[in-house]
Design a protein around this ligand. Structure first.
Ligand SMILES: Nc1ncnc2c1ncn2[C@@H]1O[C@H](COP(=O)(O)OP(=O)(O)O)[C@@H](O)[C@H]1O
Ligand SMILES: [Mg+2]
Length: 225
């Protein structure tokens, strides 16, 4: 067995609310992801799925425990290194798309390339190619509000793929879109995996969790299976 691409050790996350009230969103979670594999995270609402995903993606820091990427401890990395990890290695897809409302489809997709050495022309060409991949080439100049939910998610998927990340993190990527758009997202995930890349996908969708190589089930902040 080769060393895992991503590994979490005893991750916990708690939030202190008013007074002495503490919410344990995640308790002692350990997991690993092999390069080129697809991991599904399932569980009821409020069980800690989004919290775990955010820690693994470096969007948030754990209260205790560690996340290793390629053997590097990213939970202890400084903000600059953490930002570089997110920009270079990962692509993130959210349930609510999280597109920039004032930017066109093309500009949204080109966003992750702004920090690269590419020229504006190269960035736009790459973004246009990704829009074609997700069947949205004709909507390049549309603003998010001029798109349907499924179309917005296709733009969000294009944005997550445009900088050629190592890992895709997706949090309920198909819950707000129609079946046709969901099928397309599935196809894109499959081809991403076929190119040797890895995915972690939180979903209630049976179709999405069955497509994974391994599954993690969560309950009240713990990995139960
Ligand atoms: N920023 C926060 N402040 C306080 N509690 C939070 C915060 N984020 C999440 N929680 C709580 O942590 C628990 C797990 O949340 P979450 O990871 O979003 O669950 P899931 O994605 O499985 O629905 C929930 O009880 C939620 O209310
Ligand atoms: Mg969630």
């Amino acid at each position: 067995m080769t060393a895992p691409l991503l590994q979490a050790r005893h991750l916990s996350k708690s939030y202190v609310l008013g007074g002495n009230h503490k919410v344990h969103a995640l308790r002692d979670a350990s997991m690993e992801l092999q390069q080129g594999s697809w991991l599904a995270i399932t569980g009821p609402s409020g069980s800690g799925k989004s919290t775990l995903l955010a820690l693994l993606a470096g969007l948030d820091r754990p209260t205790s425990g560690e996340v290793f990427l390629d053997g590097t401890n990213i939970s202890q990395a400084n903000d600059v290194r953490l930002a570089r990890y997110r920009k270079e290695k990962i692509g993130i897809i959210f349930q609510e798309y999280q597109l920039f409302e004032e930017l066109s489809s093309l500009e949204n997709v080109a966003m992750p390339l702004v920090v690269t050495a590419m020229t504006a022309k190269q960035r736009h060409a790459k973004a246009q190619a990704l829009l074609e991949t997700v069947g949205m080439a004709e909507r390049a100049t549309h603003l998010p509000r001029q798109l349907s939910g499924g179309e917005r998610q296709r733009v969000a998927v294009a944005r997550a793929l445009v900088h050629d990340p190592e890992i895709i993190f997706a949090d309920e990527p198909t819950s707000n879109i129609d079946q046709k758009a969901a099928d397309l997202v599935m196809d894109l995930f499959h081809s991403f995996k076929q190119s040797g890349k890895s995915l972690i996908v939180v979903s209630h969708s049976k179709q999405l969790s069955m497509a994974a190589d391994t599954r993690i089930q969560m309950e009240t902040g713990r990995i139960v299976q």
